[in-house]
Write a protein that binds this ligand. Sequence first.
Ligand code: AGP
Length: 609
Amino acid sequence: MCGIVGYIGKEEAAPILLEGLKKLEYRGYDSAGLAIYNNGKLDVIKSKGRLDTLYKLTDGGKKMEGTAGIGHTRWATHGEPSDKNSHPHVSQSGKIAVVHNGIIENYQKMKELLVNHGVKFSSDTDTEVVAQLLEYYYEGDLLEAVSKTLSRLEGSYALGIMSVDYPDRIIAARKENPLILAVGDNCNYLASDVAAVVKYTRDVIYLDDDEIAVITNDRINIYNTDMDELNKPVVHIDWNISDPEKGSYEHFMFKEIMEQPKVISDTISPRLKGNEVILNELDNVRSKIDKASQIYILGCGSAYHVGVIGKYLFEKYARIPSQAVLASEFRYSSPLVDENTLVIVISQSGETADTIAAMREAKRLGSTVIAIVNVVGSTIAKEADSVIYTWAGIEVAVATTKAYSAQLAVIHLLCLELAKNRKKMTEHEISEVVSELKLLPSKIQRIIDCREKLQYYASLYFNNDSVFFIGRNLDYAICLEGSLKLKEISYIHSEAYAAGELKHGTISLIEPGTLVVALATYEKLFDKLVSNITEVRARGADVLGFASEKMRESFEGNADSAFYIPNTHEMLTPSLAVIPLQLFSYYVALMRDCDIDKPRNLAKSVTVE
Ligand code: AGP
């Protein structure tokens, strides 16, 4: 997902923009650039590659004078990563500069129209169409040109716009891509998310879809598409969103794995009173939830994997028909969703395009939508009927860990709430789970304290080129996440497989040296999983097994390598079983010298289809 930063005030803009872009690096990008207003012209420096390249080209910003500017990190969609395709893009005259996050879906048509009017394009991007269209419509009033341009665009956008004729302002516009404005001291900011500006100010204005902002150093005016001025509230960010720094850690991902005990505690503690679950966030939708006849859980990637666990738990403990569906599939299927359906949407960023679209489709079909989201004020958080925030703090590493675990903790709370309200669990049974829930942080810490063992196992297997993760029921759901973690940060091909399904074809791929990661923490199916381990070992596989401490005696000798997780309530084992898989993947990627926090081709939040 691209990153946008803008600054207008009294200070030199370039260093501030570079610092802001650095805080947005985690979103994933392949090029970066700045445009600064300087004595009647727009200075633009941009290049393919990491921010370090831009730092060098601009000498840390010193080469670019001026107190108003926009900056961008690009994650390529239309047009390969290159200097010319980097943002900011400028109009033919060089008088208007634009940075953009999103996709202009009708850009070819607009490009043809402009080329037919003699406009010369200099890039292969959809974004350049915006800059050229602005100039096409510009007759002296920039805001009017912006309004006309937006009326011609189809698709999604978060835009930062500057013009040499209006050196005292930056114009911003948003449609289905996040954009915030931030109020500084004799200055104002524009950013894709709070991380870029939290160092300077916690007072922000969330721009909503189809809104346009005019930002000067002492004012922020916001308009709708009819150019009516809007009165938007300034929100003070008082929640824990400390400036994301690696500190002494080598990677953000490792830091965020280490933060999980605290994140789980921060997420569940405010929602427990004694051994009772208190989810006040659901007060406005409780009657709808209580009468729901089915549950759909929607998400992408790791968020979807949390949904798969939710499916198993809701059906087992609350006895509600439940299914987890990939958001990208849901939106194009013909789901049997109606006013009696509870839809739970899970998203760390709250800006994933597929998940937003799926949520809107579910709402259109009449369902009640609860969102489990980490970014306050994000699109999903705002559009859901109710939102339960995961207090994980800013998650910088592209590969999610702490947000995943926080989402899972919320699923546990939700499961207990549903089971209680439907009288499918007794107070005593719920109390037993809650007692164990409170111990999760310390038990996760115990696993983290044994990480050297996982580092050793990683040293045995980091050169494998194919890995299978097998498990049954909840263990299978965790295998999905373990496999994705390994793939996305170490680039090793791996596959999560329901252990009982292996013999129906895929076992043909097992040969001497194949690594099989076997999860046997789900006690009820332990013996069957051990049989599956025997099957693959008989064909030469190396097996790295994971089981609960209480199964140690029965498990010893069944796997080539074994790791034991602390005992806990069956409902909660996924929250423990995922931790060693995160650490194993991290160490494998470390030994393969991969770019762990910013894996190739990936973005932290996929705001395009
Ligand atoms: C997880 O490690 C991945 N980075 C990715 O699968 C992610 O979970 C997915 O893109 C969903 O993102 P969201 O939670 O922000 O919606």
